[in-house]
Design a protein around this ligand. Structure first.
Ligand SMILES: *[C@@H]1O[C@H](CO)[C@@H](O)[C@H](O)[C@H]1NC(C)=O
Ligand SMILES: *[C@@H]1O[C@H](CO)[C@@H](O)[C@H](O)[C@H]1NC(C)=O
Ligand SMILES: *[C@@H]1O[C@H](CO)[C@@H](O)[C@H](O)[C@H]1NC(C)=O
Length: 478
């Protein structure tokens, strides 16, 4: 008996040791109120967690699974070694398990536009300093044979404060395990009856701030509610309210939406909305830039907003990933009145960068360890083929496979096409450098426009490419 007790204790200690690295477990929305993660503006942790909760699901065997592939770097996920000292996360016992981290919004050198949705990144493009890039979510996953991932654990963490002498790693004292119950609670916020929330979740909602938050985040179901619950009645939230009142001007800027879309000629189309009335008579311009890093003088095109709170403008600039709209206003000073020099302008707001495939991730080719992504380059429709390195026989398997480019969903006639094995290997780009994958691209001559599709056809019939074949994968441009 004694022996068994000691054994039991030993097992208990072992499992404790494996969780000791983290501070604790967050098992409900209420627990998010008491921690630092994502609390102060412009931190993006709560948006990240909301995004994750809505892209993870419970299969019928009580396994949590993902709507995406972190190993393919979907949405910017990165392999995380857990090599900081001390280790912020438990050491992984099995080789087939890995950690993937998400949330670093800073550009790498390749100027890759961020694939996360606008609601996660928009504060970041409009704030300065390092405080806005500290939050991360981390997944502990197991990859199954069929390219499917099972999520064993989810964590939230944060980098040490910038300019401290604590190093650059993740801070174990602010690292928490997130229970699946908490993720389910966040998912349910999108549909749950508000009046039931205090009773079911044992939390209060601050209805005044909820209304303000709805104005800004209302397009994303459940997000305003999450923020209203987590940020209300905490000390930090109160200090946050005070600052928000003193910078009210900035708060209604958060209603501004600036987007890049596609014209039917492969050019960038600027769409704006939500410009506050107080700004409308101030000589506002929407200005298109190559990306977030380009300086204010190197613009590609511009248009006056003509006093309209919302509107659109078709530019003559070929569509490319990274394009960004900025809202600027004329600043009147005596220098202008005297007629010297050019008009001085001040930047009011920035949109998120335009992303490949309208922020869509590659689509799996049925039954194979390969996926295809539609993207745009210089206004032309292009396709990128991701082949897992373990799929060594892909050239043989896809020997007769071809990729067709179609102008719309309704058509059976392709505009142009290419054999899958004739795609050229992509080198030197951000995408070219994903461990475990080989990447091939084909840049077609077809002008990109809304509704364009690529379809992957596994076979040809009778030596011909038969348009009546059913595709193994379809990807559409929105
Ligand atoms: C769960 O099972 C039902 C019925 O068998 C099926 O329709 C559904 O797609 C399954 N859900 C998942 C997530 O596998
Ligand atoms: C701008 O482009 C859109 C999308 O192609 C098109 O529907 C609209 O008519 C264009 N507007 C103008 C003024 O050309
Ligand atoms: C966008 O540019 C601003 C100003 O140059 C910079 O502070 C910010 O970090 C940039 N954001 C991204 C996502 O690169």
């Amino acid at each position: 008996m004694v022996g068994r007790d000691i054994l039991g204790c030993f097992i208990l200690c072992l499992s404790l040791a494996s969780v000791c690295a983290v501070r604790g477990t967050l098992s409900s929305i209420k627990d998010l109120k008491g921690i630092e993660f994502g609390h102060t503006s412009p931190r993006h942790g709560l948006m990240l967690l909301h995004w994750l909760a809505n892209n993870i699901y419970n299969d019928n065997n009580s396994n949590m699974r993902l709507n995406f592939n972190p190993a393919r770097r979907d949405y910017g996920f990165h392999f995380y070694r857990n090599a900081d000292n001390p280790h912020p996360l438990p050491i992984l016992p099995h080789q087939h398990e890995s950690y993937y981290s998400l949330g670093n919004l800073v550009h790498n050198n390749n100027n890759v536009a961020l694939a996360l949705p606008d609601y996660v990144t928009r504060r970041f493009y409009n704030s300065r300093g390092h405080e806005n890039n500290r939050d991360r979510v981390i997944l502990r996953v197991r990859e199954e044979e069929s390219n499917q991932f099972i999520v064993d654990e989810v964590y939230v963490t944060q980098h040490y404060p910038p300019n401290g002498n604590t190093g650059t790693g993740y801070d174990p004292d602010n690292t928490y395990l997130v229970s699946f119950n908490l993720l389910t609670q966040i998912q349910r916020l999108a549909t749950i009856d508000r009046n039931g929330i205090p009773r079911i979740y044992d939390v209060e909602i601050n209805h005044n701030s909820l209304q303000e938050l709805e104005n800004i985040w209302g397009h994303t179901p459940g997000l305003a509610l999450l923020l209203a619950i987590v940020l209300s009645f905490t000390f930090r939230a109160q200090s946050c309210r005070v600052t928000s009142q003193s910078t009210l001007k900035h708060e209604d800027n958060a209603l501004i939406k600036l987007e890049v879309k596609t014209t039917d000629r492969g050019k960038a189309r600027i769409i704006w909305s939500g410009i506050p009335n107080r700004l409308l008579d101030q000589g506002l311009m929407v200005v298109l830039h190559r990306n977030n890093n380009s300086d204010s003088k190197s613009e590609l095109d511009r248009s006056s907003v003509g006093g309209k709170a919302s509107g659109s403008y078709n530019t003559s600039v070929p569509l490319n990933p990274g394009l960004q709209v900025r809202l600027r206003k004329e600043v009147n000073n005596w220098w202008n009145y005297l007629g010297f020099g050019s008009t001085i302008e001040e930047e009011i707001w920035r949109g998120s960068e335009f992303h490949d495939a309208n922020r869509e991730i590659p689509v799996d080719i049925n039954g194979h360890d390969a996926s295809l992504q539609l993207f745009v380059k210089d206004g032309k429709a292009c396709a990128r083929l991701y082949v897992k390195k373990s799929f060594t026989a892909w050239k043989k398997t896809f020997h007769n496979s071809w990729v067709g480019f179609y102008s719309s969903e309704g058509t059976l006639d392709y505009n142009t096409w290419q054999w899958a094995v004739k795609f050229s290997e992509e080198k030197g780009s951000h995408q070219a450098d994903i461990p475990g994958y080989d990447i091939y691209v084909y840049e077609s001559s077809m002008t990109m426009s809304p509704g364009v599709q690529v379809r992957f056809m596994l076979e040809k019939y009778g030596g011909e490419k038969d348009p009546l074949l059913s595709p193994s994968m379809i990807c559409s441009w929105k």
